[in-house]
Design a protein around this ligand. Structure first.
Ligand code: MLT
Length: 265
């Protein structure tokens, strides 16, 4: 399905309308809503699950960037308006988590609960920012598929990397993004703000989820982030790296189900 929000045509999937709270699923980089397939099918009996492609990703329109986290958050608030959803369990993976922080900063009254998967509150270091610029040059040089192949080993747990069901699916999603969308996303990632100051202000029930083998946003960092958020619970997902909803969907769905039931009471 499509909706035009802030002048941009956004693609989204929605299932389970009228069945409990809304669950907004925000994908990571360089991915799209297909990463949430197991959550769309597994949670739509309990919740109205909405998974958009952020601008510049998947089947959404790709205006020129950079795509700031604030811009994405405002797009999502506009999409919820279009779907007549007042409040949602705002759930983001990695870049999606950065967008979830921006959503909290700008639209806190619409947050029923927050789920932060495999993400971090820290901004990029100067070195990481230089890495974003190098990555932007690289993807323009080698194309999205080769770029995705280079990135994949950092995203998945070693066992997931040798499981074609997981590795091929992740690769196919990443390889189908456009170089221009990836470049605009990288600029937004590079310039994102420090979200550490807002952690103590997050009063919504919060679930922090991390893959036990996440090398990019490791479990110790997730634990520290959860400790800084007043009402946060921490769930560690076994047999998963940075893409826990794809790598161990059963465990991620179980922890999301528990949150949805808690919120629904
Ligand atoms: C993601 O998975 O969204 C990226 O790892 C985010 C990032 O590079 O900071």
């Amino acid at each position: 399905m499509y909706a035009t929000v802030n002048g941009v045509r956004l693609a989204f999937s929605a299932r389970g309308r009228g069945r409990g709270p809304a669950l907004l699923l925000i994908h990571g980089f360089p991915l799209d809503r297909r990463m949430w397939e197991a959550q769309l099918s597994g949670l739509s009996r309990l919740a109205h699950v909405v998974a958009p492609d952020l601008r510049g990703h998947g089947q959404s329109e790709a205006p020129s960037g950079p795509y700031s986290m604030d811009r994405h958050a405002d797009d999502l608030a506009g999409l919820l308006d279009r779907l007549s959803i007042q409040q949602a369990i705002v759930t983001g993976l990695s870049m999606g988590g950065y967008v979830a922080f921006a959503f909290w900063r700008r639209h806190a009254e619409r947050v029923l609960a927050l789920t932060l998967l495999d993400t971090r509150a820290e901004p990029d270091t100067p070195q990481a920012q230089a890495g974003r610029d190098a990555a932007a040059a690289r993807v323009q040089q080698i194309g999205a598929e080769a770029f995705a192949r280079e990135m994949l080993p950092r995203l998945l747990a070693p066992a997931s990397l040798t499981d074609p069901d997981i590795a091929d699916r992740a690769l196919a999603i990443m390889a189908s993004q456009t170089p221009s969308g990836i470049v605009a996303a990288l600029a937004g990632l590079r310039d994102r703000p420090d979200s550490r100051p807002i952690l103590p202000t997050i009063t919504a029930p919060t679930l922090v989820v991390v893959g036990a083998e996440d090398a990019l946003t490791p479990p110790a960092d997730a634990a520290a982030m959860a400790a800084a958020i007043p009402q946060a619970r921490l769930a560690t997902i076994p047999a998963a790296g940075h893409l826990s909803p794809l790598e161990n969907p059963a465990a991620v769905n179980a922890t999301l189900r528990e949150l949805i039931r808690r919120i629904g009471q």
